[in-house]
Ligand binder design. Structure first.
Ligand code: PMP
Length: 304
């Protein structure tokens, strides 16, 4: 079965889906995106994803291309047409087509909307959570509005490329003061030697992650001490535990930073407890119940 994409009001074969060469998204990265995860036909954390899309568009003064209900219905339509129940939907909205000129045209353009769907192997992902991943730290080369989910991802791309070349699955980017901002496509977390959960506070240096907000509320429910403050790369390397988090990675243990093991080099107890809590959240939101692996689902108490 051939893949189907959505482009400006039409469902089209993926291989023939196209955008005008003078679309400002292509010329200037003048646009935003979202990645949503569907599990068993239901979208995880849909409302916050739509809220963030609206906010990113508003920050760039691009109109919402259609109502939230219409957007949601296209997302479901695309999943159905691709016969995918568990997968990601990529939504991209760019300012539209205009003769190339840096200045934003006075007359609002018709935003261009593209969506694609892709299968997601949720079980393989779950197995990956058992072992964790390696990250490397790299200088953060990005602009000063990383809170906007813009399609301008060159800094993130180069950071991830550096990670891939070092045999790591993610790059944690570090600001000029030596503090971790976030991953190339995830938020960064550590558990310090006092057992406190640290992640950078929201601001223009990081994307307001949807999974970040979910984890913060799950951790608060668990009575975990949370510190929303930047931590240094050195603190990360000396941490008891570390993990990285996103819509498609959930809570993913980080077991190696810059080639050195974190803690004993295995996913730690607090990370495992949060993985379990997060799966419970996924189940509550989507109805999907994952088959049990080791003690993830009984891991309600290893916090202390
Ligand atoms: N930071 C960056 C730079 C990202 O690309 C992502 C992935 N969208 C995240 C953080 C995590 O955000 P979310 O939990 O909303 O997927």
């Amino acid at each position: 079965m051939s893949r189907i994409a959505y482009v400006n009001g039409r469902y089209v074969p993926h291989c023939r889906a196209a955008i005008h060469i003078e679309d400002r998204g292509y010329q200037f990265s003048d646009g935003v995106y979202e990645v949503c995860l569907f599990v068993g036909g239901r979208c995880l954390d849909l409302t916050p994803h739509l809220d963030r899309l609206s906010r990113s568009l508003a920050e760039l003064r691009i109109a919402m291309p259609m109502s939230r209900a219409a957007l949601t219905s296209v997302m479901h339509g695309l999943m159905r047409r691709n016969r995918i129940a568990t997968g990601t939907i990529y939504v991209q909205v760019t300012r539209g087509v205009a003769p190339r000129d840096h200045a934003i045209p006075r007359e609002p353009l018709r935003p261009a909307t593209v969506m694609t769907a892709r299968r997601f192997d949720i079980e393989a992902h779950r197995r990956r959570q058992e072992t964790g991943i390696a990250v490397v730290t790299v200088p953060d080369p990005r602009w000063k509005r990383c809170d906007i989910k813009s399609v301008s991802l060159l800094g993130n791309v180069l950071a991830r490329d550096a990670a891939a070349k070092a045999g790591a699955a993610e790059a944690w980017m570090v600001d000029e003061a030596g503090r971790v901002t976030e991953g190339a496509s995830s938020t960064a977390w550590i558990v310090d030697q006092e057992g406190r959960l640290l992640t950078r506070s929201l601001g223009p240096e990081i994307l307001p992650g949807i999974t970040r907000a979910v984890i913060l509320s799950l951790a608060a429910e668990q009575g975990i001490e949370i510190v929303e403050l930047p931590f240094s790369a050195a603190q990360a390397r000396a941490a008891r535990e570390a993990f990285t988090a996103s819509t498609t990675r959930f809570v993913m243990p980080v077991v190696k930073i810059d080639g050195e093991p974190v803690g004993d080099g295995r996913p730690g107890p607090l990370s495992r407890a949060l993985i379990a809590r997060h799966w419970a959240h996924v189940s509550a939101e989507t109805g999907y119940v994952p088959p049990a692996i080791s003690d993830f689902h009984s891991a309600s108490s290893p916090l202390r």
